[in-house]
Design a protein around this ligand. Structure first.
Ligand code: PGA
Length: 265
């Protein structure tokens, strides 16, 4: 059972659309989610859609038009405020499109683009300074998992990815997503008990790096092959406050079923 501390944290379900959906497809998916999601669900949880940069405006317009309480996030941002950074997108630019969140340090960016935890920390600092909520991703490889070194690895990654990050505990806050690399897009998941142990260790490290008050309020998400049928088992864990969802966020019916099942319905 989740304790009173855990109950005080608003659950969060974030859909990471990755490099899927053109502008028109993104608007149509958003509309499908708005039409199916009971209003009550967005009072009980933060539901966050993270489309590609090119669709942020369309998604936030569709949400605003319907006065839906769904939130919008980007999948990355630059750590720099502006300048000669071809292809990069600043925090101010995504905030201007009503993004309140940004995923940073996803393992696909760390693995494919060589992003380091120092890069991730710089992005998280820029987001927090602008009043947006970073969703900082961490997670171990299959080798690390099989060697039983997950907690040491993840705790080090959290410390480095939050270096110098100052979170105003009363403002937007902080999210950390635990995403085992071997569980992303594979259909494999760790046991909910494993996710809980890692989430608790993440929260302890957030406390050591950012302070106890931030740690108590920070939301720790589980990500990696989250589906409507398995999300509830993760969500009931004491230190798991949400889910970061890839594949299952690309279809309105599936995503709405997942949100409802995360809320215990
Ligand atoms: P998946 O992706 O749900 O498709 O495994 C999760 C993620 O990469 O955030």
């Amino acid at each position: 059972m989740r304790s009173r501390d855990a109950a005080a944290r608003t659950p969060i379900i974030a859909g990471n659309w990755k490099m899927h959906k053109t502008y028109a497809e993104a608007v149509s998916l958003t509309q499908g989610i708005i039409d199916r999601l009971p209003k009550d669900a967005t009072r009980r949880a933060d539901v966050v859609l993270c489309p590609p940069f090119t669709a942020l405006r369309g998604v936030s317009n569709a949400i605003a038009f319907d006065h839906a309480r769904i939130k919008v996030g980007a999948q990355d941002c630059s750590a720099e405020p502006e300048g000669a950074y071809t292809g990069q997108v600043s925090v101010a630019m995504i905030a201007d499109l009503d993004a309140a969140y940004a995923i940073v340090g996803h393992s696909e960016r760390r693995g494919l683009l060589g992003e380091t935890s120092a890069d991730v920390a710089a992005k998280a600092r820029a987001l927090c300074a602008a009043g947006l909520t970073p969703i900082v991703c961490v997670g171990e490889s299959r080798e690390v998992y099989e060697a039983g070194d997950t907690i040491d690895f993840v705790v080090d990654e959290v410390a480095a990815s939050l270096a110098g990050v100052r979170v105003d505990a009363d403002a937007a806050g902080l999210c950390v997503a635990y995403e085992p690399i071997w569980a992303i897009g594979t259909g494999l998941v760790p046991s909910p008990e494993h996710a809980q142990r890692v989430a608790a260790a993440i929260r302890a490290q957030v406390g050591a790096t950012c302070g106890a008050q931030v740690a108590e309020r920070a939301r720790v998400l589980y990500g990696g092959s989250v589906k409507p049928g398995n999300v509830a088992a993760f969500m009931v864990q004491q230190d798991v406050d949400g889910a970061l969802v890839g594949g299952a966020s690309l279809d309105a019916d599936t995503f709405v079923r997942l949100v409802l099942s995360a809320l215990g319905e």
